[in-house]
Structure formats: C-alpha cells, structure tokens
Design a protein. Structure first.
Length: 185
C-alpha cells in the first residue's frame, strides 16, 4: 500500500502546485482590478477572433462539400454569420459590452416590474409581508435603471468586484498552501 512518506510527498507537491496557481491567479486578479476596461475589451476581441476563425472553418468546409451535400448544409450561413459577429466583436468590443449590459438592465427592470406587480397583488390579498417583495423589487428596478444608464461602468464594477473576491480567495489559498508545505516538512 501507500507509505506515509509517499503521501506526504504527494501532499507537498500538491501544495506547491496550488501555491503557484494561486500566485498566478492573484497576479491576474490584480491586473483585472487595475485594468478592468482593457481586460473586458481584450476578452471580447479574443472571442471575436475565435468566432471569425470558426466562421472561416465553416465557410471552407462548405466549399469542400459536394453539390448535393451543399443543399442541406448550414456551413455557409453559419460561417458567414460567425465571421460577421466575430468582426463586430473585434472592431466594436466596447459597444458590444454596452449593448449586452443594456439588455441585462432591461431584463432586470422587466423581471422586477413583475415582482412589483406580484407585491401589490399580495397586498390586496392581505399578505402581511408584501412590502418586503415591494422594497426588493424597487431596489432591483433602480439597479436595472443604473445598469441601463451606465452599461460599461456596471461591467467594470462587476469585474473589479470579481477581482477583489479572487484576490481574497487566492490569499486564503496561498496561506493554506504555505501551511501545508511547512506542516509536511
């Protein structure tokens, strides 16, 4: 079976791997925190390049099909759409972030208008906690309006919050890894 020394070696090796991964993620998280805007834009550009590449692959695979296979193939349409969306992502990355965020904000407003309606119905049914649902839905409607008015700033704030959470998590992971490394000496 396993010897205790083998288990310790394995655990120590795992702790070192975890330590290095945490350090890398910590650096990435600091970059996210400091350069949120460029990270978001670069991520969208990378997605755009990937979409364009997949579009080209689909287009080429369409060209290689036999004539009778082309009748039922969607490769040409899919390829062209991927190329178009990829190029839009590459050249209009910040606009895409804003559009996506605005759609998210509109959805938040719509969803919470439904909850607001439900809260008024609960009030009419003499529910004694209807006001909780009303307050929460009003707060979320306000949040949705803020998202619609400031779409890019909202995404940047979310990315920065995520970066802070990653920094905290990886700081804990580094502590745990160091604890294991020193414990297993």
């Amino acid at each position: 079976m396993f010897k205790i020394d083998d288990i310790k070696k394995y655990l120590k090796k795992t702790a070192f791997s975890s330590l290095w991964m945490s350090i890398i993620l910590l650096i990435v998280a600091f970059f996210l925190l400091i350069k949120s805007e460029s990270f978001i834009n670069n991520l969208i550009i990378i997605v755009g390049v990937a979409l364009s590449f997949l579009g080209i692959v689909n287009f080429i695979s369409y060209l290689k099909l036999k004539d009778e296979e082309k009748l039922m193939s969607r490769n040409l349409l899919n390829g062209l759409l991927m190329i178009i969306f990829g190029l839009i992502a590459i050249f209009k990355s910040s606009s895409l972030v804003s559009i996506f965020t605005i759609i998210l904000g509109i959805y938040l407003i719509y969803q919470n208008l439904e909850y607001l309606h439900l809260a008024t119905n609960l009030k009419n049914l003499k529910d004694n906690k209807w006001y909780i649902l009303m307050i929460l839905s009003l707060l979320n409607i306000i949040f949705g309006i803020i998202v619609v008015i400031n779409p890019f700033e909202t995404i940047v704030a979310i990315v920065k919050l995520s970066a802070i959470l990653i920094i905290l998590s990886e700081a804990f992971n580094i502590f745990q890894s160091l604890y294991m490394i020193f414990k297993l000496k």
